[in-house]
Design a protein around this ligand. Structure first.
Ligand code: 13P
Length: 252
């Protein structure tokens, strides 16, 4: 399967900064990349990013995603953005259950599972994030935590689980400069792969991304692991040259 390199811009950017970033990305992409590429941008900038895709043909290879979605279809949910709205704006992906949303917005496993369901119902691929905190890792609970988080999404989505992308993002590695070693990441990816295999006979098509301080220097060894099917990149996705280097590090 083709690997996926997805940028998560988080709450960063401006009209000017986004244009500069995507223009630099377009200039560097050149030939057809050997992997799939996506940028998950703040919802308010989705129309701008779609417009920039039309002005830079090299961005044709770049899919657009959002960073969150409402579990509700429509109605009195002030501030929320629905799956149909994201679909309207041309979203191919949406991140659900990022640890920052679990931590700062008290998102539960059940809510994350519902959000994945809303996305799938609208034909948007959810990038479902799972990952343990440092305390949980040190207590030897990594496997239990990521399996519990993924199980909720499997349970709520039945056979549609084959349509999701999973991202393993150890919380202690996000924005800290501490990356899981390729062996540590691979070990958790293998656990997730086995769980997906038990859930669907279509598991071979499910991408499992690694996220957490992935950068131009460490991407190649992480992406060489057998069960690491791509990356979900935070900080380095805001620097076009670094993002391009990660894309170039994808083994062909
Ligand atoms: P960093 O790459 O900045 O550690 O962030 C990872 C992440 O949270 C991507 O969703």
């Amino acid at each position: 399967m083709k690997k996926l390199i997805a940028g998560n811009w988080k709450m960063n950017g401006s009209l000017a900064a986004n244009e500069a970033l995507l223009t630099a990305l377009a200039a560097g992409l050149g030939k057809i990349p050997s992997c799939e590429i996506a940028v998950c941008v703040p919802a308010c900038y989705l129309p701008q990013v779609q417009a920039l895709k039309l002005t830079h043909s090299a961005l044709g290879a770049v899919e657009v995603g959002a960073q969150d979605i409402s579990a509700h279809a429509s109605g009195a949910y002030t501030g929320e953005v629905s799956a149909d709205m994201l679909k309207d704006l041309g979203c191919r992906y949406v991140i659900v259950g990022h640890s920052e949303r679990r931590q700062y917005h008290a998102e539960t496993d059940a809510l994350v599972a519902d959000k994945a369901k809303s996305a799938l119902a609208a034909g948007i691929t959810p990038i479902v994030c799972v990952g343990e905190t440092l305390d949980e890792r040190e207590a030897g609970r990594t496997e239990e935590v990521v399996k519990r988080q993924l199980a909720a999404v499997i349970h709520a989505n039945g056979h549609c689980i084959s349509e999701v992308v999973v991202a393993y993002e150890p919380v202690w590695a996000i924005g800290t400069g501490k990356t899981a070693s390729p062996e540590e990441a691979q070990a958790v990816h293998a656990v997730l792969r086995a769980q997906l295999k038990a859930a669907t006979d279509q598991s071979a098509r499910i991408k499992i991304l690694y996220g957490g301080s992935m950068n131009a220097a460490n991407a190649a060894t992480l992406l060489a692991q057998p069960d690491i099917d791509g990356g979900l990149i935070g900080g380095a996705a805001l620097k076009p040259q670094d993002f391009l280097k990660i894309i170039a590090a994808v083994p062909v």
